[in-house]
Design a protein around this ligand. Structure first.
Ligand code: ADP
Ligand code: MG
Length: 378
């Protein structure tokens, strides 16, 4: 069991022309389950490979527990990694696959090894498969074996690199729950990499978002969802994605008037709102962000509303997603009993407490929603 500390971790390839991981700082608590998420190529695998020792950092330090492992060889780190492609030895049985790592990484006797493998196989519900070879197993069974092989070593740190990507949706859901249960029971610190924001949000105690090798934000899933620090995070987390509208901002008495390019959009921010966010609102152009579930239907032409034509009505069970014909994609999540169809004109509104404003140049969110602000420390 261990806490993991990463300081200014950097990995360059091709003589510095590719910066895969750009000065990453991270602290992972003992026993914590952290998900790392970001688009393809953002540096997730490279980060994990540096944790495991398969890749040498260009600069920076990695500490696992009390030990600085930056220069420690992979086989001497107490780390187990589970991959998307299972990486089982095809000619070894399930038993041998699980026992092999133990032989390499511990000095247990043969009978102790056997006992550990059998116990772990029972815990993973794969004891019936111990004599099988990997090509006799289904995808789900292979992934259980890969997990079992990692667990049997009782590592300090679990690393998962998109381990469920090859499984179908239903199996993925049950394996997610199983991995969480196991990690919780065993109390082993875990770093779980995925490109799937839903997976990251639902599994992690804490979520770490990368883009272009750079840390964008880390925090509890709900905090990140409610207070994304920039437009990238706001758009990446949540499905369907947050809606974005380019707006101009001008003072109107003690209020602020936002005007948008489409549908004669006008939105007034109250004096109270302006007061609490005044410092941030210096420039004149912003991107307004509002989540689909915070948008609702208003009376035609009501104040603080946007009027547009419906392009598509997408039923998703209890709700419908209305896709609107605006210059950028805009989706409203409404009750499925609202009777609307493509071609209808509709006015939509939202509360100012659900409005995010992103600096058009830097993408920075200039609004921090008070209701979600962390409690003041005394
Ligand atoms: P992810 O797992 O998030 O998809 P990776 O960590 O695999 O991203 O890759 C991050 C970046 O580093 C990408 O631009 C990728 O092309 C580059 N990269 C990864 N490995 C190598 C390598 N061995 N040589 C050169 N570039 C690499
Ligand atoms: Mg990867």
């Amino acid at each position: 069991m261990a806490r993991v500390t990463v300081e200014s971790l950097r990995k360059e390839y091709d003589a510095g022309s590719v910066v895969a991981v750009d000065d990453l700082d991270l602290e992972i608590e003992d026993g914590e389950f952290v998900t790392v998420v970001g688009p393809s190529g953002c540096g997730k695998t490279t980060t994990l490979r540096m944790f495991s020792g398969l890749e040498q950092p260009t600069s920076g330090r990695i500490r696992i527990g009390d030990e600085d492992v930056t220069d420690v060889h992979a086989k001497d780190r107490d780390v187990a990694m589970v991959f998307q492609n299972y990486a089982l030895y095809p000619h070894k049985t399930v038993f041998e696959n699980m026992a092999f790592g133990l032989r390499m990484s511990t000095d247990l006797s043969e009978s102790e090894r056997e006992q550990r493998v059998v116990e772990t196989a029972e815990m993973m519900d794969i004891e019936e498969l111990l004599e099988d070879k990997p090509d006799e197993l289904s995808g789900g069974q292979k992934q259980r074996v890969a997990l079992g092989r990692a667990i049997v070593r009782e590592p300090d740190l679990f690393l998962f690199d998109e381990p469920l990507s090859n499984l179908d949706a239903k199996l993925r859901t049950s394996m997610r729950a199983e991995i969480q249960r196991l990690q919780n029971e065993l109390g082993i610190t875990a770093v779980y990499v995925t490109h799937d924001q839903h997976e990251a949000m639902t599994m992690g105690d804490r979520i770490v978002i990368l883009d272009g090798g750079k840390l964008q934000q880390q925090g509890k899933p709900t905090d990140v969802y409610e207070n994304p620090v920039n437009e990238f995070v706001a758009g990446f987390v949540g499905s369907p994605s947050m809606n974005f509208l380019e707006v101009a901002v001008e003072p109107k008495g003690d209020r602020l008037r936002l005007t948008g390019p489409d549908g004669g959009f006008e939105f007034e921010l109250s004096a109270a709102y302006v007061d609490s966010h005044e410092e941030g609102l210096q420039s004149s152009r912003y991107t307004l962000g509002v989540r689909p579930e915070n948008v609702r239907i208003a009376d035609r032409g009501a104040a603080n509303s946007i009027t547009a034509t419906i392009d598509v009505v997408e039923p998703v069970g209890s709700d419908n997603f209305l896709h609107l014909d605006l210059s950028s994609e805009f989706i409203a999540r409404v009750d499925s009993d609202v009777d609307l169809e493509p071609g209808d004109r509709v006015s939509l509104t939202f509360d100012e407490s659900d409005v995010h404003l992103f600096d058009s140049e830097t993408g920075r969110n200039v609004v921090s929603h008070e209701r979600n602000a962390p409690p003041a420390t005394t």
